[in-house]
Write a protein that binds this ligand. Structure first.
Ligand code: CTP
Length: 223
């Protein structure tokens, strides 16, 4: 089935893990890459859903596809599992927080000693959960793409994630590069596919990178 006849779920932005009523753990993801992918999928005629963490609301203005807001990684997992179905294309451009506070205080934590220790607990890995469902024989015919935001040993880590998370494709972006990564309007992506193919894209606007990523998905779906 070609891409335009598929349901495309894109995730984007950070997640937020509350420590107390006024403080949270998060990261610098802006959601721009995710929105670029959702826009590109929608314009290709795909039924598109964008599941996003807390991002600048102006980025969502005027979208004609469904958008669903979540806050925490646990909520993102829940939303993805609820929405994904046979034949879907899932593109995980979100940057979910890997850890959350082991206890969330219902009252504002007051400053006391010179040090404050916050114990963190590992969050679920959404792509690994999807891979488990797929291995269990559920979610037939899905295509799963991940992102790898890296700063060191970038290729080794990206290929490791492709295998470890049982992905069909991973888009590596070196977030330490000047024109790539969090908050920027441009990106430098290398696409690795299951089976060993590799495509190095030059620096380009995130929207153009999104088109190239969808081209790569389209190519895999037709192979
Ligand atoms: N991801 C996920 N669930 C998480 C964390 C990440 O599904 N709890 C997804 C991201 O959306 C991305 C891919 O996994 O598509 C890689 O995310 P990244 O943050 O680069 O890697 P991690 O697996 O979190 O590993 P590390 O932070 O150690 O690099």
């Amino acid at each position: 089935m070609p891409l335009r006849d598929r349901r495309v779920i894109v995730t984007g932005g950070p997640t937020r893990e509350w420590i107390d009523p006024v403080r949270y753990i998060s990261n610098a993801s802006s959601g721009k890459m995710g929105i670029a992918l959702a826009d590109a999928a929608f314009e290709r005629g795909c039924e598109t859903l964008f599941i996003h963490g807390p991002i600048d609301v102006s980025l969502l203005a005027g979208k004609n596809y469904r958008t669903v807001g979540i806050e925490s990684t646990a909520e993102l997992l829940h939303a993805v599992i609820e929405e994904i179905s046979d034949g879907c294309v899932l593109i995980m451009a979100a940057a979910p927080a890997d850890y959350c506070p082991a206890e969330r205080s219902h009252e504002k934590i007051k400053k006391t000693g010179m040090e404050l220790v916050i114990r963190l607990r590992k969050n679920p890995d959404i792509l690994k959960r999807v891979a488990e469902e797929r291995a269990a024989g559920n979610l037939n015919g899905i295509f799963v793409a991940g992102f790898a935001a890296e700063t060191t040993d970038v290729e080794r880590y990206a290929i490791g994630k492709l295998e470890d998370k049982n992905l069909d494709m991973i888009c590596l972006n070196d977030v330490s590069a000047e024109s790539a990564g969090f908050g920027k309007d441009t990106n430098i992506i290398t696409i690795f596919k299951r089976g060993g193919s590799r495509t190095d894209l030059p620096v380009m606007p995130k929207r153009d990178a999104a088109e190239r990523i969808l081209d790569a998905i389209e190519e895999s779906l037709q192979a």
